[in-house]
Design a protein around this ligand. Structure first.
Ligand code: CDM
Ligand code: ATP
Length: 285
């Protein structure tokens, strides 16, 4: 039996950091939603007990550093599974971009192996396992739209937003999440995202209020280190995006609009300034 899984990217509609914890992580409050840009995973059973990663992208590790490998290894050990698996990853989500690509591959691996190895795990149990691989993995297990708290692993599902288009632009740099959190100075943060207002906006399915509630405190670090990220934000706004924000720790920025024709105009405009531009639909319902 071969299992095919879709591993979608996420964007942060809000990302607030409350304080730095004694364990080195930051206590966060963030609203994330799934978008229609996804890696494809094929999970093929092996009799030799090995975990083998095959990937189309040369810049993604094909060894034990791959988050999909880590997820499979964790499950093998935790449930004393003697069977192996080949995980073929067709990489479509930009890497080290703030879109949770590696986390989503790990989540898809956990869900796929739950089927392949007949583990009978619930969504909650898979999310708890996922948190051992990375803070964003539990959200990717649930998918949809959710509020994430703690270090990101506590998931409270939310109603999905009304449909909209997203234009993503990724400058040609990779940003380390650890580096961004390390350099965050909460004293420098003057504007916080309106998390509670975002939750209300989602409950009321009010696009204009969603746009007004967006915010990401990690922009204070990434925009300072990489002026090109700020430049792309300005371009997205200039070409007509209603809401513009950096996702996660960056460097990908995105613009939202409900009109397909406007999304196309923003996409075409951005293409002149940036090689990596995507136009996708929201998928967080
Ligand atoms: C930026 C976001 O992607 C937003 O969704 C997440 O907060 C980061 O999630 P992630 O990449 O899954 O993060 P992890 O792999 O768990 O952690 C990477 C590094 O980021 C820092 N980190 C991460 C999450 C968090 N709440 N506080 C942190 O300080 C830690 O230094 C950690 O060593
Ligand atoms: N399956 C994978 N796909 C992509 N990157 C992976 C994977 N496994 C491990 N990595 C490594 O993880 C690092 C971060 O990649 P990823 O694309 O997950 O970042 P990200 O989108 O910024 O994540 P997040 O938004 O969760 O911080 C990369 O440098 C890459 O080498």
């Amino acid at each position: 039996m071969t299992i095919l899984m879709k591993a979608p990217a996420k964007i942060n509609l809000t990302l607030d950091v409350l304080y730095k914890r004694t364990d080195g992580y930051h206590e966060v409050e963030m609203v994330m939603t799934t978008i229609d840009l996804a890696d494809r995973l094929e999970l093929r059973p092996r009799d030799d007990g090995k975990i083998v990663i095959e990937t189309s992208a040369s810049y993604v590790p094909a060894d034990e550093h791959n988050l999909a490998y880590k997820a499979a290894k964790l499950i093998q050990e935790r449930f004393q599974v003697t069977r192996g698996v080949t995980i073929a990853i067709d990489k479509r989500i930009p890497v080290a971009a703030g879109l949770g690509g590696g986390s989503s591959d790990a989540a898809a691996t956990i869900k796929g192996l739950n089927q392949l190895w007949d583990l009978g795990l619930s969504t909650e149990e898979m999310a708890v396992l996922g948190a051992e691989v990375g803070s964003d993995v539990p959200f990717c297990i649930y998918g949809g739209t959710a509020l994430a708290k703690g270090r990101g692993e506590q998931i409270i599902p939310l109603p999905g937003p009304p449909p909209f288009w997203i234009v993503l632009a990724k400058p040609p740099i990779g940003v380390s999440t650890a580096h961004v959190y390390q350099h965050l100075d909460l004293g420098q943060v003057s504007e916080r995202p309106k998390t509670e207002q975002m939750i209300q906006a989602l409950k009321r399915r009010e696009f204009s209020l969603i746009v007004k509630s967006m915010g990401n405190v990690l922009e204070t670090v990434t925009l300072k280190s990489y002026p090109e990220v700020q430049h792309l934000k300005q371009k997205l706004a200039q070409f007509g995006a209603d809401g513009v924000l950096m996702s996660g720790s960056g460097p990908t920025v995105f613009g939202l609009t409900q009109k397909e024709s406007r999304a196309q105009r923003i996409y075409n405009g951005l293409k002149g300034f940036c090689q990596d531009v995507y136009m996708v639909r929201s998928a967080g319902t």
